[in-house]
Design a protein around this ligand. Structure first.
Ligand SMILES: [Zn+2]
Ligand SMILES: [Zn+2]
Length: 374
């Protein structure tokens, strides 16, 4: 049986096993016998945040999806933090991730397909020489090959990975006089947490949560995963609107990566932040609600007049949304170009307020109608 499986990638097996043993067994043993202080904890949180944000804001939203542009300082930081996270080079990571989006859930073409189960999509795909590894030629990342920092990191990845993973705990250990403690906490435990929280996006975020915007793929929105992954848990939204720099699209969504990218733009470190038009987002969400309501109605054999009523409310809300967002667009255009006379502008503002009230009312009716079948 085992002979049919591809050979193991021993370096990966060693890294994942060693960080697990050191992080889960040796670190608590060390803490019990020699003690750890709040300094270790602060260093752990800082190193974990640096390494994971380099993946989410750098590898993922900047390089894989080009959702914004970043200046060289930010890109250099992400390249170093990415090496610290030990998830291969940005070029390699992005190439895999673009294939994941292009062929999501395909059993062979998606490198970490959720259709092959939790273990495979979480870590199994990195433990053996599966065939997709051989085909990787970075053809889908021609744009990234023009980024000097990406190529520098790719060419010197092994050295950078060693320097950051051994160098950072060593320097902290020398400063705080506990080299072994820092090696265990900031080296091994941080790596373990960083790896698995990122891997959850490929595994759990395709299994656990709500399909808020689409059911064309297995990606899910999950607020708990968002907390563990610096905002990447809103994965259903992300798979439908992958060019948006946000994953948590609403203001109350916990998405520190989105906040980091937006804050960097205030200091000129990031620019051209891409967002999806709100109308498209709202339409997708309402369509999913309609689809789910249809399913529920079919399961209880609801009478045709009720189904017609729901469809009528849906169409009414779509019409309200289209008018509201159109008037919003006109207002924004005028703000930029100032083409309207003052009386025309006041009429437009009045109409906009009316449309806003109409949409609010129609949304409430829609929510009430849908809630009955939730
Ligand atoms: Zn993505
Ligand atoms: Zn995904």
């Amino acid at each position: 049986m085992s002979s049919s499986k591809p050979p193991l990638l021993w370096l990966n097996v060693f890294i994942f096993t060693a960080s697990f043993v050191l992080g889960v067994l040796v670190t608590p043993w060390y803490a019990y016998n020699f003690g750890l202080s709040w300094v270790h904890f602060v260093c752990l949180v800082a190193a974990f945040s640096f390494s994971n944000l380099s993946i989410t804001a750098g590898y993922h939203r900047l390089w894989s999806h080009k959702t914004y542009q970043a200046n060289w300082v930010l890109r250099l930081l992400f390249a170093i933090g990415g090496a610290l996270s030990l998830q291969n080079s940005a070029l390699h990571w992005s190439s895999y991730h673009r294939e994941h989006h292009k062929h999501v859930d395909h059993k062979h073409k998606d490198p970490y397909s959720a259709s092959r189960g939790f273990w495979y999509s979480h870590i199994g795909w990195m433990l053996r020489e599966y065939s997709h590894l051989e085909k990787l030629d970075y053809k889908n990342c021609r744009d990234l090959k023009k980024d000097k920092i990406v190529m520098w990191q790719h060419q010197h990845y092994a050295v950078l990975a060693l320097l950051t993973n051994l160098g950072m705990p060593l320097v902290l250990g020398l400063i705080f006089n506990d080299i072994l403690g820092m090696f265990l906490v900031v080296g091994a435990l941080r790596l373990l947490l960083s790896h698995h929280s990122t891997f959850f996006i490929n595994s759990l975020a395709h299994i656990w949560g709500r399909q808020t915007f689409t059911d064309k793929n297995s990606a899910r929105d999950n607020g708990i995963l968002a907390i563990l992954t610096f905002g990447e848990g809103y994965h259903n939204f992300h798979h439908l609107f992958e060019n948006d720099y946000r994953n948590g699209v609403y203001w109350w969504h916990y998405d520190p990566t989105k906040w980091l990218i937006a804050s960097c733009s205030w200091f000129g470190l990031s620019s051209n932040l891409r967002t999806t038009p709100q109308l498209r987002i709202e339409k997708a969400r309402a369509k999913m609600q309609l689809q789910m309501t249809h399913k529920k109605m079919a399961s209880i054999d609801a009478c045709p007049s009720l189904i017609a009523n729901i469809e009528h409310e849906f169409e009414a809300m779509m019409a309200c949304m289209a008018s509201y967002y159109e008037s919003k667009k006109q207002l924004l255009q005028n703000k930029r170009q100032r083409v309207l006379e003052s009386y025309e502008l006041s009429l437009l503002k009045q109409r906009h307020q009316q449309l806003k009230a109409d949409l609010k009312q129609q949304r409430q009716i829609w929510r009430n109608s849908v809630r009955v079948y939730a």
